[in-house]
Design a protein around this ligand. Sequence first.
Ligand code: HEC
Length: 242
Amino acid sequence: MNTKVVLKHAKALIHIAYVLIVNAKMLMHNTIMLTRNTIVLMQNTIVLTRNTIMLTKNTIVLTQNRRTLRSFHYPSPTMRDALRVRIGSLLVALLVAQSIGAGDRAESVVKYRQSVMKAMAAHMTAISMIARQEIANDRQLAAHAEAIHGLSVGLGEFFPAGTDATKVKSAARPEIWGQPAEFKAAGAKLESESAKLLQLAQQRVTASNAAPNLHARLVSQVDAVGAACKACHKTFRKSDTE
Ligand code: HEC
């Protein structure tokens, strides 16, 4: 072989290598695209499944209602009552479908409830400072109590199934869904204790006619609310070390 031929072969080899690299790059790109598409497909399938379940539930309710309506040719008073119940249940089903159908993403629900918790914690710090007379200006006393109580109402609604720590990053313990009655009771306890705090806080502690011992009563009620927060966390929230 002369040099010319060797050079020719070398050139051909370099070209082949180049083509191989380009193909490998294309292959990687395609694999990435395929993975992305698979993820999107999976997400869509989940949404589709959810909607199908809701649709099935609604269809069942609708069928039940149709059946009931068909059996009422001449509505008697009792029949009319039953009819009302049926229509009521249909409306409830539709409302439920709508609120779930809105399809809040699990990540959003968790972020939202954590923000609400943090907001309550900040108001607790602030109201506790006023109660303990570290801050004399009590202008916003009631506002803090209103926020804590207002945010405590319906807090449990932001722990729907599917928002546990196996699916999203969350400190929610599985007990929330395993012991729903206890979880509900823990929420109700916060509601009632914060309502008592609000009642107390609606009085200006600096007013000339302020109730006697208002500060001391505020302190003990702030502590009662704090205890309600802790009681729920103890069972239903993972500690940082878990
Ligand atoms: C009914 C149960 C319950 C009650 C009552 C409750 N919490 Fe929570 N809290 C939780 C759970 C569960 C989490 C974990 C939420 C998550 O990570 O998804 C949490 C999380 C928190 C967090 C951490 C938020 C973050 O950034 O991740 C703070 C702060 C907090 N709560 C403060 C409070 C305060 C203050 C109160 C009382 C005014 C209170 N909580 C009452 C159940 C409760």
